[in-house]
Design a protein around this ligand. Sequence first.
Ligand code: GLN
Length: 450
Amino acid sequence: MSAAAQWTIDSVRAALGAKKISARELTSEFYTRIERQNPALNAFLTLSPERAYSQADRIDARIARGEPLPALAGVPVAIKDVISTRGVRSTCGSRILENYIPPYDACAVERLERAGAVLLGKTNCDEFAMGSSNENSAYGPVRNPVAPDRVPGGSSGGSAAAVAASLAVAALGTDTGGSIRQPGALCGIPAMMPTYGRVSRYGLIAFASSLDRIGPLAGSVRDAAAVLGVIAGRDPNDSTSAAAPVPDYPVEMEAPLKRLGCRPVELRMPHTDYAIAAYYIIATAEASSNLARYDGVRYGLRVAGRTLRDMYKKTRGRGFGPEVKRRIMLGTYALSAGYYEAYYLKSQRVRALIARDFSEAFRQADVIVTPTSPVPAFRLGERTADPLQMYLADIYTVTGSLAGVPGISVPCGKTSEGLPVGLQICGPPFGEARILQVAHNFEKAGGADL
Ligand code: GLN
């Protein structure tokens, strides 16, 4: 990788400020790299050069006028394809939205652009963010830049691969049960799921609304913190977004830790055993409801039929892939009269107990540290035959998702085969500054090369 490939938010600012490069030139450098590498990686589904260059020109004009630069001025970013972008195709990795062009921007996208970021394009993902390997995309899998015969992790696999291959300085992903943290771990980059409600979901195309969160993937913890600071905060368009003030994350995380060794305490989280089961009931139940809107009338694909029912059947039959169909069926079943209490309600109870496990644990510990994933990047196709096997990859991530707490994955050494390993650091609700501080200190101490 060339030295020029190692752009960070700070180095972009410095280079633009010193007029070593213009925002337009930087944008074009990234598109050149994407053109070269994306055919093999399949990380980007759609590029948005028109939007990117007009933003870059706005930044260059500000520089020419000597105006102060916003936090992410000229920083090339990539956006997971389940996040709405005005005028730029947003497929959710699905055939059913193959030609869907949103009429508005997600709140997080609008905030990124307002902070000066340059939107390069939309990244590949598992269909409607359902998956752990990116093999459920209707547009083909993404390849892991570290080992191209292996998965990048999912569902934000395109975002993780784009950052890991230096095709973007930072990216947005979404995490419902692990989809930011897990691909971050498998591709060897920091990746953060903020507290539920910390970042507005406005414009995020829903999978499971009580679990979905938007968060950053970046080349360093510092850059993830900077992106989070820009996208976090109350948004009147999402009533579940929190009014809690947004700390200056990049500043707060600089506080040194007394000793990196920290003091381990023994914790019991007795309901973890039930987390995967509860998650896959709740997530599929919500998905079955959220995906009812793709009926051939209001959005995306429509396949003509003899009757209205026939049109629904053909549209959904052709538009959705097998994993999405499986989940709609599972979720519909779990919510049906007679089963609702046995499955959905029971799962909600388990969810409350898991959240209680976390709040009790945080009385004794500042952070909870686990592996992000039970396995490093596996080979493409290795786990597709058995969906239950795939669901088990989420064991370390779904508990934090159900509890609503924040978690970050940071690189933590490599396997003997040279595959990245991720360390997950979870904190209490709105404890983002704390986990960023731990992650940043771990990274500074050489955690990636352990
Ligand atoms: N792997 C989990 C699932 O398939 C998580 C996905 C996600 O976080 N979007 O549901």
